[in-house]
Design a protein around this ligand. Structure first.
Ligand code: SF4
Ligand code: SF3
Length: 547
C-alpha cells in the first residue's frame, strides 16, 4: 500500500522507522508534503544563493527567508497548511531572486541546473501544492542508503541551526558565515557527485558553524539582557490575570513584559522559556512571576490547568485541548490550524484575552534554580577546581537535551537520582524537566544540579568544559566529565554535531537512536567517536565512574 507520508526526522518516528500514515507528533500527510516541498524549495534557492555568494553577492532577505523556511519544517513548529503554503511561495520567489543576483553579479548560466533550482512555480491552491510536495519525498531510493543517511543528518543539522539563527536574526546579531554555510550545505544535497565522506565532513562543519551561531545568540542575549545569573524561580501561581509564554525567544519575552507592565497581568514561562528568569534585563520585571508545567509533552494537561492566555513563539506546540483553544496564540514560525497567529510585535490580542480570562489564585510552589551558565560557574572556578583536586567532586555529568513522551525517558531522572553525591550535573534544554524538581543538594556550596540554560546554551556548557580542560591542563576527553544526551528534534541533532565537531568522545544518546541513521553510519560514529546508546542506569553509572 502506498504510504500517505514519510518522515523520520525526530525521535518519535513510528516503530523507530518513520511515520507513514500520520506523524506521532500530529503532523498530517498534507503538512508533511508541504514541508517536503519547502525543503525542496530551500535546496533550489540555496543552490543559486551559494553560487551568487561565490561572486560576492549576498542578499539578507534571501538569507532570512532561508532560515525561516527551514525552521517551519522543524518538529512541533508549524502544523498549519495555509502558513506552510505561503512559505512555499516565498521560497520560489527567493530562488528567482537568488538566480537574478547571481546573473547580475556576472555569473554565466551553469550547465546541469538541478530541477529544484529551475524556474518551477508553485500552483495556486494548497491542495495542488500538496500534490506537488508528494513528488519530492524524503525517501529517494536512487541514493545509496548510507549516503542518504548522512545527507539527512546534514539537513537535520541545518534545521536545528536555522532555529538558532532565527533567534540570532531577531536579536539583530546576524553573521553571514551562518547563512553561507546553510546555503552551501543545502545546495550540496543536489550535487550527485557528493559522496559519503563529503557529507560527513559537512556534518562536522555544521557542528562547528552551529557553535558560532550559538555564540552569536549567547552574546546577543547577554548584550541585551545582561549575563545570566543563578536565580530561583517559583513554580506556583500568583493572584491575578496571567499569560503563559512557551518557546525559546527572549526578545519576545522582553517585549511582552514591556507591553504587560502595569496591567495587572503576571507573565509565566513554560518549558524552554525558564532560563529567561536568569537574565537581569528580564527578571527586573516584577510581573515575570514564575514557571508553569513540566516538559512540552505534558502541555495538554498542564495548559488545561492554566487560566489565562497562552502563546507559543517557537516549538514545541501540540494539538490544543478545547478548554484553552480560544486562549491560545502562535507567533513567528509557529502555526496550528484555527489558532490565532500574531504576525508582529503588537501583543494586544493576547493581553486582551488575558484580561478577559479568569484570575489565577495565590498558590506558591516549589522553587527551581536556573541561570547557571558558564559565567556563573566559572565565577566560582576556584572553588570548583579546589573541590575536584580534593576529591569532593569526583565527576561532572552533562545530562540534557530534549524531553519527550517515551516512558524510557525516566532513565534521565533515575540517573540524576542515583549518581553518587560527589558528582555534579550540568543540565540544559527541556530535558532538564526530568530532574529539576529533585533535591540533589550541594557540594561545599556548589549546587549539584546546575541549569546552564536553553538548548542553545550548549555553547555555554562547552565553555565550562573548555575552561576546566584549560585549568587542569588536559584535553576535554581527559576531564572527569561524561555527556549523556536526550534527543527529540533537530536542534538536539545539531547540538550533537557541535559536540562531535569538538572531538568529544563517549557521548551516550537516548532514549533511542535516530531512525535515519543506518547501521553502517552508526558503526562509523561508534568507531570514530565511541558514541553509544544509553543502557541501564546502574551500568552506565558504573561505567562512567570507571568503577
Ligand atoms: Fe513522525 Fe517525528 Fe516526523 Fe512528526 S516529526 S512525522 S513524529 S518523525
Ligand atoms: Fe525541547 Fe521541544 Fe528539544 Fe530547546 S522544547 S529543546 S524538544
Amino acid at each position: 500500500m502506498e504510504e500517505a507520508m514519510f518522515c523520520y526526522q525526530c525521535e518519535q518516528a513510528a516503530q523507530g522507522v518513520g511515520c507513514t500514515k500520520i506523524g506521532v507528533c500530529g503532523k498530517k500527510p498534507d503538512v508533511a508534503a508541504l514541508q517536503d516541498l519547502i525543503i525542496w524549495g530551500v535546496k533550489g534557492l540555496s543552490w543559486w544563493a551559494d553560487k551568487a555568494r561565490g561572486k560576492g553577492a549576498v542578499d539578507n532577505e534571501i538569507n532570512v527567508l532561508t532560515i525561516e523556511a527551514i525552521f517551519h519544517t522543524v518538529t512541533n513548529v508549524d502544523f498549519d497548511p495555509d502558513s506552510l503554503a505561503k512559505v512555499v511561495r516565498r521560497c520560489a520567489e527567493m530562488r528567482d531572486r537568488a538566480r537574478k543576483m547571481y546573473e547580475d553579479a556576472g555569473g554565466s548560466t551553469p550547465e546541469n541546473i538541478p530541477d529544484a533550482a529551475r524556474d518551477w512555480q508553485p500552483p495556486g491552491s494548497v491542495e495542488e501544492m500538496v500534490a506537488e510536495g508528494r513528488k519530492h519525498p524524503v525517501k529517494d531510493p536512487s541514493i545509496d542508503p548510507d549516503v542518504k543517511s548522512v545527507m539527512e543528518l546534514l539537513i537535520y543539522g541545518c534545521k536545528g541551526m536555522s532555529a538558532y539563527a532565527d533567534h540570532v536574526h531577531i536579536l539583530g546579531n546576524d553573521d553571514d558565515e551562518v547563512y553561507a554555510f546553510i546555503h552551501k550545505a543545502m545546495a550540496s544535497t543536489l550535487d550527485p557527485n557528493m559522496g559519503l565522506m563529503d557529507y560527513v565532513n559537512l556534518c562536522m562543519e555544521c557542528g562547528t558553524v552551529n557553535l558560532k551561531c550559538q555564540e552569536l545568540l549567547y552574546k546577543g542575549h547577554a548584550g541585551r539582557f545582561g549575563t545570566p545569573e543563578p536565580t530561583k524561580v517559583n513554580t506556583g501561581s500568583r493572584a491575578g490575570k496571567a499569560i503563559l509564554v512557551s518557546g525559546h525567544d527572549l526578545p519576545f519575552m522582553e517585549e511582552l513584559l514591556k507591553q504587560t507592565e502595569g496591567k495587572g497581568i503576571n507573565v509565566y514561562t513554560h518549558v524552554e522559556m525558564l532560563p529567561a528568569h536568569g537574565y537581569p534585563g528580564l527578571k527586573k520585571y516584577s510581573h515575570l512571576a514564575g514557571n508553569w508545567g513540566g516538559g512540552w509533552q505534558d502541555q495538554y494537561k498542564e495548559l488545561s490547568e492554566f487560566p489565562g492566555a497562552i502563546i507559543f513563539n517557537t516549538n514545541c506546540i501540540q494539538r490544543p485541548a478545547d478548554v484553552y483553544h480560544d486562549r491560545l496564540f502562535t507567533w513567528g514560525n509557529v502555526g496550528w490550524p484555527g489558532v490565532r497567529h500574531l504576525e508582529d510585535w503588537d501583543f494586544s490580542p493576547v493581553i486582551e484575552k488575558a484580561l478577559a480570562s479568569d484570575d489565577w489564585t495565590d498558590n506558591p510552589g516549589k522553587e527551581l534554580l536556573t541561570g547557571c551558565g558558564h559565567n556563573a560557574i566559572l565565577g566560582m572556578a576556584d572553588k570548583v577546581i579546589e573541590a575536584v583536586k580534593s576529591g569532593d567532586i569526583r565527576r561532572f555529568y552533562v545530562i540534557g537535551g530534549c524531553d519527550g513522551a517515551k516512558p524510557g525517558r525516566n532513565y534521565y531522572t533515575r540517573m540524576a537520582e542515583q549518581l553518587p553525591k560527589d558528582t555534579v550535573i550540568l543540565t540544559l534544554a527541556c530535558g532538564k524537566y526530568r530532574m529539576n524538581r529533585l533535591d540533589l543538594g550541594d557540594i561545599g556550596g556548589i549546587p549539584r544540579l546546575l541549569d546552564v540554560g536553553q538548548c542553545n546554551d550548549t555553547y555555554s556548557a562547552v565553555q565550562v568544559a573548555l575552561a576546566l580542560a584549560d585549568a587542569f591542563d588536559c584535553g576535554v576527553n581527559d576531564l572527569p566529565l561524561s555527556v549523556i544526551l536526550s534527543w527529540y528534534e533537530q536542534k538536539a541533532i545539531v547540538c550533537l554535531l557541535s559536540l562531535l565537531s569538538l572531538g568529544i568522545l563517549n557521548i551516550k544518546i537516548g532514549p533511542s537512536l535516530p531512525a535515519f541513521v543506518t547501521p553502517n553510519v552508526l558503526n562509523f560514529l561508534v568507531e570514530k567517536f565511541n558514541v553509544a546508546p544509553i543502557g541501564e542506569v546502574e551500568d552506565d553509572i558504573r561505567q562512567t565512574l570507571g568503577a
